[in-house]
Structure formats: C-alpha cells, structure tokens
Design a protein around this ligand. Structure first.
Ligand SMILES: Cc1cc2nc3c(=O)[nH]c(=O)nc-3n(C[C@H](O)[C@H](O)[C@H](O)COP(=O)(O)OP(=O)(O)OC[C@H]3O[C@@H](n4cnc5c(N)ncnc54)[C@H](O)[C@@H]3O)c2cc1C
Length: 393
C-alpha cells in the first residue's frame, strides 16, 4: 500500500509542498476528528470557524491589507483539496465565507464596504452568506422574483424568498440578489451587501434532511419589507447578474479542488480496505475487477487535479477563460462521484454504514455536482463556448 501516490506532493515545488503539509496537518488535527460527529448529529460547529480563522484559512486568498494571506489561486486549490479530504462541511463553509462572500466584497465592494466587513470575515467574527437561489429560480437565476422596490430617497424594501442558503440561519452579513424589475431579466438584478440583523427577515432551516453536508447550515430566508439603504448596493445597480456570475466562477475552483479532496479520501479508504479485507483466501485488492476500479480512480484523481491546478495557474496568469473552471468543476466532481460510489461498493455492507466514512463521501459529493452550477450547466457553458464564434475587438 502506497497512499502517498494519491497526494499532490510529488508535483509541487518545495514551498507549495510545505504549504500543503501545513494545511493537511491542520485538517488532520482540527477538522477530521469531528467530521463524522457533525454529520451524524447535524450540527454546525462554531469552533470550526475559529480554528479555520486562527490557521489563516478564512482569509487565505484575500489581500494582506484586509488581514488576508495573499494566497495564489494554486495555494487556494491545494488548501481546499486538503480541507475537502478531511471534512466536506469545513471546505463548504470556506467556499461560501471566503470564496463567495469575502472575495466578492473584495472584488465588487467599495472601500467602505471592504473595511467594514472583510476583517471580521477573515477573523471568523462575522459569518457570511450568498443569497441567490430561489424556489423558482435555480440554474436560471435571471428569472428570480425577489423584488427590491426602490423608494424616492434611493433606499429599498425587499420582498421575496431565498432557499438553500448555506450559513443563512447564522450569517451576520449577506450578499443578497434581488430584482428591481423582473421583466428586465438579468438586467434587473442588483446585488446588495447587508447586515442580516434587522427587521423584515425570517430565517428557518431547510425542510427535510439533507443528503450530505449535514454539518452545515442551510436556510430558507423570507423577506417581508426588508429595508436596505441606498449605500448598501454591492457594485453597480442593475449589474448584479454579473456579480453573481463572477462570484460563482471564482468559487468553482474551490468546489473542484474540494472534489479532488473527497476523491482522494474515498480512494485512500478503498485501497486501505481492499488490501486488508480477505475473501476467497486473499485480499480483495488481488482480484482484477477490484484492481480495475482502483486503477481507474487513481488515474482520474490525477487527471482531475491536473485540470484544477491548470485552472489555478491560468487564473494567476490572467489567462483563465470560463472554460477552464467549468472543465475543472465538471470533471473533478463527476469522477469523484464515481470514485465515492465504488468506494462504497468495495466496502460491501460496511460501506453502507456511517461507521466507515465512504458513505459520507458519497453523500457529500452529490452537492458539489449541484451547487455553483450543476454539471449540466457546466456542460452548457463549455458547449456554448465551443460552438459560438469568438468576439473580436
Ligand atoms: C448543499 C447545498 C448548498 C447550497 N448553497 C447555496 C448558497 O449558499 N446560496 C445559494 O444561492 N444557493 C445555494 N444552493 C442552491 C444551488 O446553487 C442550486 O440548487 C443549484 O443552482 C441548482 O438549482 P435548482 O436546485 O433550482 O435546480 P434546477 O435549476 O431546477 O435544475 C434541476 C435539474 O435540471 C437541470 N437543468 C436546469 N437547467 C438546465 C439546462 N439549461 N440544460 C440542462 N439541464 C438543466 C439541472 O442540471 C438539474 O439537474 C445550495 C444547494 C445545495 C444542495
């Protein structure tokens, strides 16, 4: 058994390898021991937020002037693979807190908004959420109905509903997307950056029990005349669709890297189990049908990480296109889903129990295929790019 072959380390230079090791040790010590319990008990662990902040992970990719670590996109990908391998809930939290909320504020906010919110988000003193999805507007967010009615003084009153909002029940600050005129489609959408602690907002847990990510908070947010001041617009009024797309495109790198982490964890468990478990007088790993599965998932793990790192490097170089992150997310999540499914199968009945982690990996990975643009939506992005003539200046 040589599980080191599954790690990214041999492809990294010394500085990045040391970085990966630091995050891996943190995740092993502070996150992995709680991963099963928070899933079984369906609890959001507030201590996790403090631990992530103390390790410099919440602020990782943000600029140092706001308390961030100035990570490169490659460092983000490396870190989120390690988090994903240890605890899908922790990686998902970081993706929203840092990837969707803090990075959007850094990119689209004005200086006053950055100074007000980024230090608290980096320190874990404030929790953020990204309110985009509605019951009738999921993949097609331009059809959103949550309405921001503008008063003559420039302030707004919001009426509507968002759901599936990660951290929605506990967030202090929210990026809220609402339309000023549903008939305008994407041109009617504005992004707002608001403190959640004001009247006109009711928060309730999502109905039902989630398949995975059970240690995360997912909420329904109901707005009934929720007041927003004129200076709480994030970016430019009417440009919220672009803000949402920009935030999601950035965030997809974390999802893709997290999928690599889950894939790696599932394959590690499958190797460990099939080399130990004996049937018909020999370890399961000696049977060719088992070997085929291990070999396939070993290969696809490295292929998916290569796509993720390629995307990160193109992002750092300023040459990234929407195709890069779409390919990385699509491929990494889909092959990870196959790897987790086989990891469950290779464990036999043990794979069907929470006493072994593989069923959790299988449940958690399903969400990564859905949020921040489903696999089908990534395919539509890729096919559209491929079949549309390039725009020339
Ligand atoms: C764990 C979890 C956390 C989430 N966190 C957040 C959050 O923090 N903030 C937030 O705003 N949202 C969040 N979401 C919501 C998520 O972003 C949406 O679920 C997702 O965008 C899909 O929307 P939908 O569920 O309405 O599915 P739909 O858009 O209704 O899609 C249903 C099916 O139809 C397919 N489909 C739709 N359109 C097309 C098309 N044009 N071509 C081919 N197939 C298509 C989809 O791929 C999918 O398979 C979260 C979801 C989950 C599961």
């Amino acid at each position: 058994m040589n599980l080191d072959l599954l790690l990214p380390d041999c492809d990294l230079d010394t500085a990045h390898r040391d970085f990966a090791l630091r995050i891996r040790e943190f995740a092993h010590e502070k996150l992995a021991p709680h991963a099963r319990a928070i899933d079984e008990q369906r609890t959001f662990r507030r201590e996790m937020v403090h631990d992530l902040a103390a390790a410099g992970i919440l602020g990782g990719p943000l600029a140092r002037e706001y308390g961030g670590g100035g990570w490169s996109p490659l460092q983000l990908a490396i870190a989120h693979e390690e988090l994903g391998a240890a605890c899908g809930n922790a990686r998902g939290f970081c993706a929203v807190q840092t990837g969707l909320v803090a990075q959007c504020i850094a990119k689209y906010g004005n200086e006053a908004q950055r100074r007000r919110w980024l230090p608290g988000l980096v320190a874990g003193e404030a929790i953020g959420c990204f309110g985009l999805t509605e019951p009738e507007a999921g993949s097609d967010i331009a059809s959103m109905r949550t309405h921001a009615k503008r008063a003559p003084d420039g302030s707004f009153a919001v009426v509507g509903e968002k759901w599936w909002i990660t951290n929605g029940g506990i967030a202090d600050v929210m990026i809220l997307f609402a339309t000023q005129d549903p008939s305008l489609g994407r041109a009617g959408i504005t992004a707002f950056l608001v403190d959640t602690k004001r009247p006109g907002l009711t928060r309730s847990p999502m109905p039902g029990v989630e398949l995975g990510h059970r240690g995360s908070d997912h909420a329904v947010l109901t707005f009934a005349g929720f007041p927003i001041a004129a200076d709480e617009v994030l970016g430019t009024g009417g440009k919220g669709f672009g803000t949402a797309m920009g935030g999601l495109a950035a965030g997809r790198l974390s999802v893709a890297a997290g999928a690599v982490g889950i894939h790696r964890a599932a394959l590690s468990e499958a190797v460990r189990f099939t080399t130990g478990r004996q049937q018909f007088g020999q370890p399961l790993a000696h049977f060719q049908m088992v070997q085929e599965r291990l070999a396939d998932h070993f290969t696809s793990l490295h292929a998916s990480r290569a796509l993720v790192h390629r995307c990160a490097q193109r992002r750092a170089a300023g040459t990234e296109t929407h195709a890069d992150v779409a390919m990385a997310k699509l491929y990494a999540t889909e092959v990870a889903a196959k790897a987790t499914e086989d990891a469950v199968m290779l464990h036999g009945a043990r794979g069907y129990s929470s006493a072994f982690p593989v069923e959790r990996y299988w449940r958690d990975i399903q969400a990564l295929r859905i949020y921040e643009g489903t696999s089908m939506i990534q395919k539509t992005i890729l096919a559209r790019m491929l079949t549309t003539a390039p725009q020339r200046d």
